[in-house]
Ligand binder design. Sequence first.
Ligand code: MN
Length: 734
Amino acid sequence: MSEDRVVTIDMLVQKILEMDKQYDLTKIISAYEFAAKAHEGQFRSSGQPYIIHPLSVAEILLDLGMDTDTICAALLHDVVEDTDATSEQLQKRFGRDVAALVDGVTKLAKIPIFNKEQQQAENVRKIMLAMSQDIRVIIIKLCDRLHNMRTLEFRPEHKQRNTALETMNVYAPIARRLGIKKVQEELEDLAFHYLDPYAYKEIEQQMSVKRAEREAFIASIIDAIRTRLHSLPEDTFEKEPQIEGRVKSIYGMYKKVFVQHKDIDQVYDKYAVRVIVSTIGECYNVLGIVHDMYRPLPNRFKDYIATPKANMYQSLHTTVLGREGIPFEVQIRTWDMHATAEYGIAAHWKYKEGIQGKDKMEQRLSWIRQMLEAQQTSDDVEEIVRMIKNDLSPEDIVVMTPKGDTISLPIGATIIDFAYRIHTQIGHKMMGAKVDGRIVPLDYQLQTGQICEIMLSKDPEKGPTRAWLDIAKTNEAKSKIRSWFKRERRDENIVTGKSMVEKEFKHCHIRIPEEEYEKFLTEDMRRHNCNTLEDFYASIGYGGISIAKLAPRWKEIYHKNYMQGDEPEDQPIVAPVPRSPKSHIVLDDISDCAVKFAQCCNPLPGDDIVGFITRGHGISVHTTSCVNYRAMLSRDIPEERERWVDVQWTESSDAAMQTSIEVIATDRVGLVYDITAILMESRIPIIHSSSRILKNGNAVFDASIRIMNKSQLTSTFDRIRKIKGVLSVERANG
Ligand code: MN
């Protein structure tokens, strides 16, 4: 794994001289001298002089065929960041382009992708922006990362993992999307080595078993095909076809073996033979010859020439059976396709004069623009990282419009994704689709080769529904749907968002008064750039902010700031509100006098009640089961009895009343929390509560609560009785 190779400027110069491409050697050597001087006295974690790093990065870029300015920028890429050299100096000496490239790479270096979650989106966006300005910046960055990965073993262990993760999640997918396969595969293999060393070893070992045997087998196939091609008339091929063997990368194997659960022997393309010819016609010609020589396996032929992959990869793939019954893959492509397959966007520089048109470069860059656009409408950080990973999947399908235009989409894409890919408005107005002439449901998953015709609604008000968010597969479609809701349905989003927040609060047993929502959510609002609570609700409502990701933090904050551990010791949770009993009591004879509820029995609407005329404090209302009332009855003193009067509840006694409850249970951790949770779920405010342990070891939980009526209390009691360990629950009298 380790990279002990020391690259020198002499080696670089030698390499340049051997290439049949024009380079400005003086400029490159001058850049080297500048960098070597600036980095003098600096060392890498490996102990090597620092300059080895920029030299190595320049070498990788040279192998990709990048131009003079890119090589110079690679040599200088760390001087502004790590030495006294300035951008102005670079511009003066090496020109605007080199200085701008170094600036771009320096800026990229300052973007920690997996630092803090809330910064990720912004950071990835910056990377994309840098790419869209000059794609060479990201190509330098990819090679910089590649050399850092090669020397990762010298870094501290915790940094190894983070760097590997970042490489696997962001840089390797970008390399793949840009089609720079050489860099992509090595980045993946290196990252994989650090992320799952055991699996890496296992696959490496399995692949090395019988390696010599397999190599001999491949050599014999190459030989057989070459002999056959030579037996054809001399003018069959414009130029001698090149035939080569290819070994699958370790990470590529891992994906097949571990992710697709295939036995290593079932991976047919672990060894492949590649034939490179001059024209597309020759490709199909070779295919015919190969199928004539070996029996093709059914369903293993793929024509990526007629329908290229999303990253513009083109080739014919077929799996055939060798004479010994061993299957192997044959890839057939032109030189042009080969350049695209191996070097991707870098081929633009490698073969500047010849085959790579500006169109392909434009097509690749349009992907970056698409990503940037999608990101502008997305507030969800993880979605963007997901987007880089998912939307870059090489497993694409290609579907056609009725006019024959091809649209590539990830596997599992639905007609919704298809519609939004064609045009945002087509997506919004879609009401269904015909696939190969047949009407299909919205969640229909498209397959390669199908013709899809979108049916549009004539209703100008027509738009997507929220259910589409769950059906759509691509982040592109999802973010377009979300931005529609964001724009068109703000009021609705606020209501939806608020009720989602409240539902999640309930789910998490978070009980705070509505006036405090804003305070409670301040931090989240800030993180998601929402100035008002309404903006925040709206973002949640249209799906721009994922509530599931907020909830864990809410629980934490709530328990830290709003709950005092497991046992709320006489803590007022909700401030008492003034109540006026009079509004729900009807007195028989007496009118217009003060009424209060007795503290001894705390009557509730629905209880049988009586009133007691106090001296100077109006009427005090008791339940008929109150011990004080019972005592009076048993004393049977006439003048005392006269002071008791009949009272009734009014019809609509829906204002809250205060009462006390007492729960006895076997003591356990979390008991108080469970009881509190049920009270809160039943929307019963707790005025204060306390708990203590009895001598027999049982726990008593007392609470003053405010309830609407007796039936609410009865049903809450039923629920509390079901809590594990609860022995009894009663209204406490006094
Ligand atoms: Mn570097």
